[in-house]
Design a protein around this ligand. Structure first.
Ligand SMILES: [Zn+2]
Length: 381
C-alpha cells in the first residue's frame, strides 16, 4: 500500500536514492514499529547484537509528507507530520532527531520544528538536533535550539556538540556558558561528543541547500550545468554554503573516506586538493566530477576540529559519550568503532582529561538517564 500517495519504490528512492545508503538492504519496513521489528529479527532471524533506542528522523518525516521542497509546511502537512511523529513515538521511538544542515530537514523553520517538539514532549521523549551550523554561527545555532526546545517544553539533547572550523577555535567555553545558563534556569539539556577532531559526512552535504532542492536527479543536473555549477562553486569557496556551516570550504581539509561506486576506490584516503593536483585541475572541478561520477554517494572526513574544544566539552556535567558514527566506505571515521576505547584509553589513561569514574559516568549512567532506562548505567542496590 502506498504511503501518503507514494509507491514503495518512490519512498525508497526518496530516502535511499539520495546518497546510495542502504541500496543493498531489503527496505521492507514502512513504520517505526516495523523497523524495530526488523531489528529484532536481524538479518538471520536471531536479532541484532546491540541494543537500539531509535529517534524518529524529522527529515524523513518531511520527505514523506512534502518531498524535497524548500518551503514552509501547510497546516495540513504540519498536521500529517505531527501524526507521523506521534505514531513513531507510540511504536517505540525515544524522541526526534533533525539534520538541519541536511536537506530536506533543513527546509523546516523553527515554528514547524517547535510544533513537532510539542508532540515529542507530550510522549516524554526528547529532541536531538544536529542544528543549523557547527561553523560560522554555531553559538547562535545552539542558542536557537535551546530556545526552541524551551518553547516546546521538550527535553533537549545536542548531538555531536562540537565547535569546529577556524572561526570557533578556543570558543568551547562560550558554548558551555550558554548551557550552564539554561541549566541553571531549569532547562533539561544534555549533549554528546565524539573524542576526535575530524568530522564525517557526505560530500554532497556541503552543497548549498538551494542546490539540493528536488532530490538527487535535480542536483546532478545542476552540477552538469556550467552556470549553476559556477554559482555553487562561488558559494562553497567564497561566501560559505549553508550545507558547509557558512564557512568557505578549504579543500585540503576534506578527505574522501568512502565511495558508492567501487570503480572510484582509488580516491579513498586522499583529500580533494590532492585529487585535483594529481589531475592538474581546480579543487572545485575535482569535487564536482567526483559528485557526478559517484552519483552523490561519496563520504568524507572533515579535518576541521580543535583539540582544546574537544577536551573542554567532554568534561561538562551534562555531557555523554557519543560516536556519531557512519559505518560506510573503505576507510570509515574511526569514531564508528573506536569511540569508547578512545575515551577510556586516550582521554583517561594517557591524557588524564577525565578521571576513570567521571568517564564511566559519561559512558553509562548519563546516557541511560537521558534514555530513561532506570535499570541501566548505575551500580547500586
Ligand atoms: Zn550530524
Amino acid at each position: 500500500a502506498p504511503v501518503d500517495g507514494r509507491t514503495l519504490e518512490e519512498v525508497r528512492r526518496a530516502i535511499t536514492g539520495w546518497n546510495g545508503y542502504g541500496e543493498d538492504i531489503d527496505f521492507d519496513w514502512r513504520t517505526v514499529g516495523e523497523y524495530l521489528d526488523r531489528l529484532d529479527r536481524g538479518f538471520d532471524g536471531r536479532g541484532i547484537a546491540v541494543n537500539a533506542a531509535y529517534l524518529i528522523p524529522q527529515g524523513t518525516v518531511r520527505a514523506l509528507v512534502m518531498g524535497w521542497e524548500d518551503r514552509p509546511a501547510s497546516p495540513e502537512e504540519l498536521a500529517r507530520m505531527r501524526e507521523l511523529v506521534a505514531q513513531g513515538l507510540e511504536q517505540g521511538a525515544v524522541g526526534l532527531s533533525s539534520g538541519l544542515t541536511y536537506t530536506p530537514g533543513m527546509y523546516a523553520g523553527d515554528a514547524e520544528l517547535t510544533e513537532l517538539c510539542r508532540v515529542v514532549a507530550s510522549y516524554g521523549g526528547y529532541y536531538c538536533p544536529h542544528h543549523r551550523s557547527y561553523g560560522a554561527g554555531a553559538l547562535e545555532a545552539y542558542a536557537e535550539m535551546v530556545e526552541l526546545a524551551g518553547r516546546a517544553g521538550c527535553p533537549l539533547h545536542l548531538a555531536h556538540a562540537t565547535m569546529n572550523f577556524g572561526v570557533n577555535a578556543g570558543r568551547a567555553g562560550e558554548l558551555l556558558d550558554l548551557l550552564d545558563h539554561a541549566l541553571a534556569a531549569g532547562a533539561d539539556i544534555t549533549l554528546d561528543t565524539y573524542p576526535y577532531t575530524p568530522g564525517c559526512t557526505t560530500l554532497a552535504a556541503l552543497l548549498p541547500s538551494w542546490a539540493s532542492e528536488g532530490g538527487p536527479e535535480r542536483v546532478l543536473a545542476r552540477l552538469a550545468d556550467p552556470a549553476t555549477a559556477g554559482r555553487i562553486r562561488r558559494e562553497l569557496e567564497v561566501s560559505g554554503s549553508d550545507g558547509c556551516h557558512g564557512v568557505p570550504v578549504e579543500w585540503d581539509t576534506i578527505e574522501v573516506s568512502g565511495v558508492a561506486d567501487p570503480a572510484l576506490g582509488a580516491h579513498v584516503g586522499r583529500t580533494v586538493r590532492e585529487l585535483a593536483e594529481a589531475r592538474g585541475e581546480e579543487p572545485w572541478e575535482a569535487a564536482r566530477r567526483l559528485l557526478v561520477e559517484d552519483r552523490l554517494g561519496t563520504t568524507i572526513l572533515q579535518h576541521v576540529g580543535h583539540e582544546e574544544n574537544v577536551r573542554a566539552i567532554m568534561r561538562h556535567r551534562a555531557h555523554t559519550g557519543g560516536s556519531d558514527g557512519i559505518l560506510r566506505g573503505a576507510k570509515p571515521h574511526p569514531r564508528a568503532y573506536g569511540t569508547f576505547p578512545r575515551y577510556l584509553g586516550h582521554y583517561v589513561r594517557e591524557s588524564g582529561v577525565l578521571s576513570l569514574e567521571e568517564c564511566v559516568a559519561h559512558l553509562t549512567s548519563r546516557p541511560a538517564a537521558r534514555l530513561r532506562l532506570p535499570d541501566r548505567g548505575l551500580v547500586r542496590e
